[in-house]
Design a protein around this ligand. Structure first.
Ligand SMILES: [Cu+2]
Length: 151
């Protein structure tokens, strides 16, 4: 057996791995630990929560979100009004340079609406966050127990 082809295959594999590591390190905006609470059957709405980290020296903006998991999806924030918390649609969310934004229950979040199938514990689904500079960021959301708390 000639060991040369195997060596070069290993070299190519290492080069490929290095490129993956480098492209990961260069990602300016990353979305981590995305999760949802399981929803009761028939309940039309659910939330998606995560940490959005901007490692770049430039600010950015979340300008949209899309998913196939629900007929409608919006960026929401929670406001305090007369002692009551209320969720409102927000068309965009500014992301400062070198910052981390938390999306969480009772705060800013992604809202899924018109769910025809409940979010089920153990399920994962995909959303895409649209950023002005960083572009589309695909996110896999993990559905946790209905009682799950943030992080
Ligand atoms: Cu909401």
């Amino acid at each position: 057996m000639n060991p040369k082809p195997r060596l070069s295959a290993i070299r190519y594999a290492l080069a490929g791995l290095l490129m993956i590591i480098m492209s990961t390190a260069q990602a300016e905006v990353s979305v981590l630990e995305a999760w949802s609470r399981a929803t009761p059957p028939g309940h039309p709405a659910g939330g998606a929560y995560f940490r959005l980290v901007n490692d770049s020296d430039r600010g950015d903006r979340v300008v949209g979100v899309r998913t196939d998991r629900a007929p409608r999806v919006e960026l929401h924030r929670t406001i305090e009004e007369g002692g009551n918390a209320r969720m409102v649609h927000t068309p965009e969310i500014p992301v400062a340079a070198n910052s981390e934004l938390i999306f969480e229950p009772g705060g800013r979040h992604v809202m899924l609406m018109g769910l025809t199938e409940a979010l089920t514990e153990g399920e994962t689904y995909e959303i895409v966050l649209e950023l002005e500079r960083a572009g589309d960021i695909p996110v896999t959301v993990e559905v946790r127990a209905p009682t799950a708390m943030e992080y």
